[in-house]
Design a protein around this ligand. Structure first.
Ligand code: IPE
Ligand code: IPE
Ligand code: MG
Length: 238
């Protein structure tokens, strides 16, 4: 059946929420209108993922490189983040969703930082899907942060350099303790990672889709999940 969900679902799904600007441009609207539509879709797709039984969902909301955009666009995004975190605090409760943040959140306006802390604290005791929101996140910045924390442990004499393993690095990332992403979906048709989960995505399956994020609906997600279920993952074996 065309719209059916496959039996095999990814335990960890990543989504690069891309294409808001082009969506707005096609409608003759300002880019901020595309971000507003994208933010509304984030809420819809998050709840859908929780409903169908995804255990970990990571959404890429704002990269370390996105600060280079015009001040007006960055400021519109900060306003949207505030609005949607307030709504997430309220509405994700019903879905039992645990909310976590990946990235250097200290760079955000103080009011937004408070909201980020509150959202993490209030949702921590829940037992449902884990939603990671990657905000001011970059895979390279995350690795630099991990290297620094490992170097500190070496300097303190707690860790010998030859005792550093892949597990040591994984445990020093924002995603410590979580499984690596199995599937990463990129709407908007771009064939690149744009610095998303560089270490964690070593063996992730990528599905690139020609739909812009604000138009990406549950049917598109189901199609990506069906494609994932039909892939042959070999992890370097035969
Ligand atoms: C993704 O949409 C949202 C963010 C990066 C914050 P874009 O704003 O990148 O949309 P396009 O790629 O320009 O269409
Ligand atoms: C990646 O999209 C970041 C997010 C979706 C948050 P970009 O639009 O910033 O990536 P590039 O510039 O097309 O590589
Ligand atoms: Mg983009």
């Amino acid at each position: 059946m065309k719209d059916e969900l496959p039996q095999l679902l990814p335990a960890h799904l990543g989504i690069i929420m891309d294409g808001n600007g082009r969506w707005a441009k096609r409608r003759g609207l300002p880019r901020s209108a595309g971000h507003a539509a994208g933010a509304a879709n984030f809420k819809k797709i998050t709840r859908y993922c929780s409903k169908i039984g995804i255990r970990y969902l990571t959404v890429y909301a704002f990269s370390t490189e996105n600060w280079t955009r015009p001040a007006e666009e960055v400021s519109a995004l900060m306003t949207l983040f505030r609005k949607y975190l307030e709504e997430a605090l309220r509405d994700f409760r019903d879905d039992d969703i645990v909310v976590r943040f990946l990235g250097d959140t200290a760079a955000f306006p103080p009011e937004l930082q408070t909201l980020i802390r509150e959202t993490e604290e209030i949702s921590a005791a829940r037992t449902g899907m884990v939603l990671n929101i990657a905000m001011n996140y970059g895979g390279r910045a995350e690795l630099v942060r991990a290297v620094r924390s490992i170097a500190e442990r070496v300097r303190a004499g707690e860790l010998a350099p030859d005792a550093i393993t892949e597990e040591t690095v994984s445990s020093a990332l924002y995603t410590a303790g979580q499984p690596d992403p199995d599937l990463i979906i990129r709407p908007s048709g771009e064939h690149r990672t744009s610095n998303f989960l560089l270490w964690q995505s070593a063996y992730a399956e990528y599905v690139i889709m020609d739909v812009l994020w604000p138009d990406f609906g549950p049917d598109d997600l189901n199609a990506a999940l069906r494609e994932y279920a039909n892939r042959s993952r070999r992890f370097g074996g035969v």
